[in-house]
Design a binder for this molecule. Structure first.
Ligand code: UDP
Length: 646
């Protein structure tokens, strides 16, 4: 355990993110006193209350005056305050270690695992996902799962309202939600009973998006939304272009689910049929859930709506992504071929940032190993043994989250106990590579990524098999079928010991690895986020006095140690890399990830539509499960800007 003073620990850490988002634990607010840091209600709207961080400057009886960060003075009853009793990461690590070990069977095991978990949380080696960090051991209400997918809506007014209500309840508790709209009948399709026609799947997507905006404004922890549609749906083109119609869908990420046969039709310039089930089928209301293959396999009728050229649909996707970075694409049929749950739970959609494919009612919890902490300076190598230990303990940590989190919907609990899906990822990859003097994107780096992520996958799988030996496999585990997934065939070919361990002990978790963006948590601990390279080493941050020039810590250190010199070539930024370099890195890592990856391929402003198409096709050919691009300057407002504004 660390011997450093708590104050030093906050250095390099985004204290603002730490305090605003994570360091809250309900304590008795009756004892609030002058000087305490608190969350105070600034908008007492019963539906959407807004809270801000502030410091108590005065207390008279039960009434306190709080000075908020924005400088406002707010009066409040002590009862309405949330007291901050966690001011240092150490306190957070203690809370998280104790909470996660509390589900172990015996007091002895609880004690053992509190110590083990605490040792990997220390120094931010394992950085728990935002939801775990905020909720575990602190709240009985908040979900510890980052990711949710609700079943596709039943194609009726009641069904849509049902989905809306499920989405709202999950988001209000902090979960991100994915909804695949393909179950909803297309625009202008006949609606019996009301003698009218449907406004279409995309318009209902607008309703989900609008409601997400309302929940966000409430100032609670944010739940984001992903909307998806399948490539066969007659509304697919409306969906792709909807963001170009101002105001219709503004609070959701959009992705198109693309099949292998669609990609083949694009390659060979074939016709593509847009279809939808026959809604007059007597069992339609009962059984239609968006799964067209299942519907067809049952021998039920499908109505052709339009025949288009696959290339025209593809071109619309590409042009729109080129213009506005959306929609993303998920190669969903390929995803399911690789998926370990292929034989019992098809993946229908992903979470909002795209890294976690899930079945209906599926959930997943995320955490990231902070790779920047695994540099072995003495040997100028990765500290492999510490990485192995951290990876193994992390899998148990995540598995315990499943038993610790509160469940609002029994369907989520039933599904999660059936599959025990977890997603261990990484952050700080770019920082580690700089320490090792490996240039992100170089041929050498691709070999390194293969070795590093293969190593972690092997350790994570061996750990999950070992836990299965001790606590039992996930309910739907079936040795032979499980080992037949695309991912399992690949990993057991390179690491036969993984297959042997699974045959001997079973498997605790259907999937183990997910590469999330780690947007807030990576920024909080001050390293490069997810698997991304640094966006820039020098940046300008707006302050009251204008723009301050800042360097990211690792560049700052290098420049101080080497005065007057330029940063060497292994200090590479996302814009220095070609879009293809980004995709190659993504593909190298995807090989070892059983779920998916959140990754943006940055392209220069003059990148063409044709180059974009080529990039997407390359991603498919290399075995990526999805693609997201960002062309420099293609969105009106850029959050980070590497150029100084005058
Ligand atoms: N997420 C969300 N709202 C947010 C940020 C994230 O719902 O404001 C969910 C979403 O499903 C996303 C996942 O959390 O895909 C992981 O995001 P990230 O790794 O950036 O979260 P962190 O753990 O850093 O908070």
């Amino acid at each position: 355990m660390s011997t450093m003073e708590p104050k030093q620990r906050l250095e390099g850490l985004s204290e603002k993110i730490f305090l605003d988002r994570y360091a809250w634990k309900d304590a008795d607010s009756n004892n609030a006193k002058v000087g305490d840091v608190v969350l105070v209600l600034t908008k007492d709207d019963p539906k959407f209350p807004t809270k801000e961080v502030g410091e108590i400057v005065e207390r008279t009886g039960r009434i306190v005056t709080v000075k908020t960060r924005s400088g406002e003075l707010v009066k409040s009853d002590v009862e309405k305050l949330t007291l901050n009793i966690e001011k240092t990461p150490e306190e957070m690590w203690d809370r998280l270690a104790t909470a996660m070990a509390s589900v172990e069977k015996t007091p002895q095991l609880q004690q053992e695992w509190t110590g083990k978990f605490r040792s990997i949380l220390d120094d931010w080696k394992l950085v728990p996902g935002g939801r775990i960090a905020a909720g575990a051991g602190a709240s009985e209400e908040l979900t510890l799962f980052n990711c949710y997918v609700v079943p596709s809506p039943k194609d009726s007014r009641g069904g849509i309202m049902q989905t809306l209500s499920e989405m709202t309840e999950i988001m209000a508790r902090g979960g991100g939600v994915g909804i695949n709209l393909s179950s909803l009948r297309p625009r202008r399709a006949i609606v019996r009973g009301v003698n009218g026609s449907s406004s279409g799947s995309v318009s209902w997507g607008g309703l989900f998006s609008y409601t997400t905006g309302l929940i966000e404004q409430g100032g609670s922890r944010r739940g984001a939304l992903m909307l998806m549609i399948n490539d066969w749906h007659p509304d697919v083109v409306d969906f792709i272009t909807v963001k170009q119609t101002m105001g219709q869908v503004t609070n959701a990420n959009l992705s198109v689910c693309v099949s292998n046969s669609f990609m083949k039709a694009v390659k060979e310039d074939l016709d593509w049929e847009l279809v939808f089930p026959d809604t007059t089928d007597p069992d339609y209301d009962e059984i239609w859930d968006g799964d067209l293959d299942k519907w067809k396999a049952d021998g039920r009728a499908v109505i052709p709506y339009r025949t288009v050229k696959a290339r025209d649909v593809w071109k619309t996707i590409i042009e729109s992504a080129w213009k506005s970075a959306e929609p993303g694409v998920v190669f969903m049929e390929y995803y399911n071929q690789m998926s370990n749950s292929w034989y019992f739970n098809p993946i229908i959609c992903t979470n909002p940032c795209g890294e976690q494919g899930l079945p209906g009612w599926g959930v997943c919890n995320l955490s990231a190993v902070n790779l920047s902490k695994f540099y072995d300076e003495k040997n100028h190598d990765v500290d492999w043994s510490d990485l192995a230990r951290t990876t193994r303990y992390s899998v148990r940590f995540l598995d315990n989250v499943i038993d610790k989190t509160p469940y609002h919907f029994p369907e989520n609990e039933a599904n999660q106990k059936k599959e025990r899906r977890v997603g261990l990822g990484t952050m700080g990859l770019a920082e580690l590579m700089i320490k090792l003097n490996i240039r992100y994107g170089s041929p050498e780096s691709l070999e390194f990524l293969d070795k590093l992520y293969g190593f972690m996958a092997r350790e994570a799988y061996l750990a999950s098999a070992e836990i299965a030996g001790e606590k039992g496999s996930f309910q739907a585990f079936d040795t032979e079928k499980y080992l037949l997934s695309g991912f399992m065939k690949n990993i057991t070919e390179t690491y036969p010991e993984v297959g042997e361990a699974i045959r001997e002990h079973g498997m605790r978790n259907v999937t183990v690895i997910t590469q999330a963006p780690t947007g807030s948590t990576g920024t909080m601990v001050g390293t490069s986020t997810g698997i991304e390279p640094y966006f820039a080493f020098k940046y300008y941050r707006q302050s009251r006095l204008g723009y301050d020039e800042q360097f990211v810590p690792i560049a700052q250190q290098w420049l101080e140690a080497n005065p007057g010199q330029e940063l060497p070539e292994y200090f590479v930024t996302s814009m220095d890399l070609s879009a293809k370099d980004h995709i190659r890195a993504q593909a190298a890592i995807q090989r070892w990830v059983d779920s998916s990856i959140s990754k943006t391929a940055n392209c220069p402003a003059d990148f063409t539509v044709e180059e974009t198409a080529e990039l997407y096709e390359m991603a498919f050919d290399l075995g990526c499960k999805g693609v997201t691009i960002y062309r420099d300057g293609s969105r009106d407002v850029q959050v980070l800007d590497t150029k100084k504004k005058e």
